[in-house]
Each structure stands twice: as C-alpha cells, then as structure tokens.
Design a protein around this ligand. Structure first.
Ligand SMILES: Cc1ncc(COP(=O)(O)O)c(C=O)c1O
Length: 425
C-alpha cells in the first residue's frame, strides 16, 4: 500500500489555499489533479520533441511519432489489451462512445433491434445511443436500479432478448458509486449475441482493468480522470470488431489511399484517429498510466475502499440530517459519496463546503434520469483519489456538522439560488 501523504508531494496544486484553508480536493469524479511527472512530460515533449506525427520523414516528426505510438503501447499494457492496435486515442469517454455508437451502430443496427442501457448511465452513455436509435429505428430499453442503488439484475434479464444487439452500461456509477457485475452482464449479453460496451470513465482510473478478463467488446475511458491531461481519452475495442466498424470521423490520417471514388482505410488504430491528434496529450496520458502502474491499481482500489468505508462510518454520526445514496457496502462501491443535507439545497451545501476549502460537485452530475429515478433534484458529490486522506474526511465531516448547525440561516439562501443545470459532469 502507498502513503497518500507522500503522493501529495507530487501534486503542486494541493499546496493551494482556498479561502485561507488548505485545499481539500473531493471532485475527482469530474476530473483529477495532475502530478509533476505528467506536467513535466508534457513540457519536455513540447520543449524537445514536438512536431506533427505520421507526416514527416524529418527527425522531429519521427521522434514525436515514436513517442505517440509508444503511448498507445503503455495504455494497452494498462488495461491488458491484446495489442496496441486496439487502442484508439480520442478526446474523452464521451467522444469514444460517440465513435462506437455511430461507427458500429449505423453499420449494424436495423429497425426492430434493441439497445439495452441503464437508468444509472451518464448522459454520455445514453444520448449517443438514443441518437443512433432514432437514425436506425432501433429501440432503447432501460434497466432499472434497486432501492439500495444496485443495478437490478432481474430487470436486466427481462430486458435482454433475442432482439438485443447492444448492451451498454457503466462499470461504476458516477453518482451512486455502484460497481456493477461486469461478468454477469457480459454473460447475459453474449448469450443473445449482443455486443457489450463498458463505460469505464469511473472504473479505469480507480481499480485494476483487464479487458481480456472482462470479456467486453468495447471499453471507453477518459485520460483526464486518471491524472492525465484534458482532451485525452481511450476507445478500446476488440480488433475484429474495430475492423468491422465504419470510421465515423474521417479525413486526414484515417486513410491509406483515396481516389475520387474510393478510399482504403488506414490500419488500426489510425483509421479512427482523424486529423492531427492530441499528441502532447497522448504523451502526458502515458506518463499518467505509468504513474498509476507504479502505485499498483490494486493499491489504488484498496486505498479508496478504505476511504469510503471510513466515510460511511463517520456519516453515521450525522444521522437523519444527511440522506446518502448508493450501496452501503464498500466492497460494491467506489470512492464516490453522493448525498443531501436535509432541508438544504445541494448548491448551498456545496458553496458552504467551499468556504471550508472543500471542493465537491453539486447538481445532477450529467445523470438527470438517475436523479429523477431517485426522486432528487440534485446531490452533493464527494469523490476521492490517491492523494486524499482520512484526515481530510475528518475535516469534511466537521464541516458538515457546522453546516447542519447553521442550517436555519443557510436555508434562507435557497430562495435566491438559481438551479444550475450541469453542463459538464
Ligand atoms: C460514468 C461516466 N461516463 C462518462 C463520463 C464522461 O466523461 P468525459 O466528460 O470525460 O467525456 C463521465 C464523466 O464524469 C462519467 O462519470
């Protein structure tokens, strides 16, 4: 196990003060902070090796191309892909899922086909499928959740039929923290010949990922949620399935040859990386993956499980004043705690926590249907990563106790608050 206090030394931003207090960064589900190693790798790349990739025979272009290709190999190792050719670099999870939904869906879906997704999905794993369903005549079916915040597997069994062509789900919910049973979902989906699309935005940064063992067909995740730069993400797909997919975004770099009436697509993964890619981002993402591999992803998961177990225990002290969502068993949930303070608007609680130096997310976290299912207009979300500590959780619980004490005066703020709609995560 690693020492989070040692890790913190790698993160310059954690030295920052917010309203005169040490920053407590609990918004890791939205995006994570960056270690010095990642920042330096990007600076080094721009300072010493920068040029466009795959386009020049000159030395700099060769160096940049080599670093960019090596970055794909690092990410392949990170998720135990069969080959680096299965690693498509893209902007983020949203981008990856759009490439899959349009690229696979428009080619393979027909009227009467069914796409099974879940009510706990992030909009990014919901709206691309809904658009593609409209374009193809396919039908969307939603799998419900149980009152405890688990995926309802009985409902899943009912929703998957011979007509199901796609099953898409989050490996971990960005609101409930629920870790879904990948093997069970894959078994059911494959039993009817459907492809399985796993949204790994919240799982890949926080636990070991082995796409061979998962046996899914596609996995999407974001670099910026795993210490990497913004504008980076990965689409992993099984080679035979990627080869049988229509390149959705096309143009420069995606081809081997073009005539006025024909095109020969490039080898994998380049046919899916249209235009000049985020080269420095890819190099930075590889450095982030190396950093996490040095820590060991089992250790990352163990650390977060400990933080969640500790939080759940300490939340007991707040009794009925706090309404928690998601499973109570830390074995089945990641480092995400979404809650409300009774009688207080979530934005008010978020702003009050900011005065204590604590950065949390408030709103519906791009999971509006899930919040409507829970009967909530929003939640406050605290989410952890490798640099968070139990001491920070103690400060967080003390701050919540203060906020509960100040509730009568804070309640008045509710009236003046605009109900901000989440545009990000
Ligand atoms: C489960 C899940 N899927 C998809 C996304 C979208 O990620 P991005 O904004 O990096 O595309 C998020 C972002 O929070 C997420 O939590």
């Amino acid at each position: 196990m690693f020492d989070p206090k040692e890790i913190r030394k790698d993160f310059p931003i954690l030295e920052k003060k917010i309203h005169g207090r040490p920053l407590i960064y609990f918004d890791n589900t939205a995006t994570t902070q960056k270690p010095r190693q990642v920042i330096e790798a990007i600076v080094d790349f721009y300072t010493k090796h920068y040029a466009n990739v795959h386009r020049g025979l000159h030395t700099l272009s060769q160096e940049a191309s080599q670093l960019y290709e090596e970055a794909h190999e690092v990410l392949a190792k990170f998720i135990n892909a069969y080959s680096w050719e299965e690693i498509v670099f893209c902007n983020n999870t949203t981008d990856a899922i759009n490439i899959i939904a349009y690229g696979w869906g428009l080619k393979h879906l027909r009227e009467g086909d069914e796409i099974v997704i879940t009510v706990m999905d992030h909009h990014s794993n919901m709206l691309p499928w809904r658009n593609v369903a409209k374009l193809t005549g396919a039908k969307i079916k939603y799998v419900d959740i149980t009152d405890e915040g688990y995926l309802d597997y009985e409902d899943l069994e009912k929703k998957i039929t011979e007509k199901t062509k796609v099953v898409a789900f989050p490996v971990m919910s960005n609101v409930l923290g629920t870790i879904n049973d990948v093997k069970r979902i894959v078994k059911l989906a494959h039993s009817v010949g459907a492809i399985v699309v796993a949204d790994g935005a919240q799982s890949v940064p926080h636990m070991p990922t082995d796409v061979r063992a998962m046996n899914v067909d596609f996995l999407a995740f974001s670099g910026h949620k795993m210490l990497g730069p913004t504008g980076t993400g990965v689409l992993w797909g099984r080679k035979d399935i990627l080869e049988d997919m229509m390149p959705f975004k096309v143009g420069g770099d995606t081809i081997k040859d073009v005539t006025l009436d024909n095109v020969i697509w490039h080898d994998l993964p380049w046919r899916f990386e249209a235009g000049t890619p985020n080269i420095a981002g890819g190099v930075g993402l590889a450095e982030a993956a190396k950093y996490l591999m040095r820590l060991g992803m089992e250790n990352v998961r163990a650390h977060e499980k400990e933080l969640v177990a500790y939080t759940l225990k300490r939340f007991d002290e707040l009794g009925d004043d706090v309404l928690l969502t998601g499973p109570r068993n830390p074995e089945h949930r990641g480092g995400v705690i979404s809650f409300n303070v009774k009688d207080l608007h979530h934005h008010v609680v978020g702003q009050a926590l900011d005065l204590f130096g604590i950065a949390v997310r408030t709103g519906m976290h791009c999971a509006h249907p899930l919040h409507y299912r829970l009967g909530l207009k929003g939640t406050v979300r605290a989410s952890y990563y490798i640099y968070n500590t139990k001491e920070e959780i103690d400060i967080f619980i003390d701050a919540l106790k203060e906020i509960i004490k100040m509730r009568p005066s804070l309640k008045k703020m509710k009236e003046g608050m605009t109900d901000l709609i989440c545009t990000g995560t």
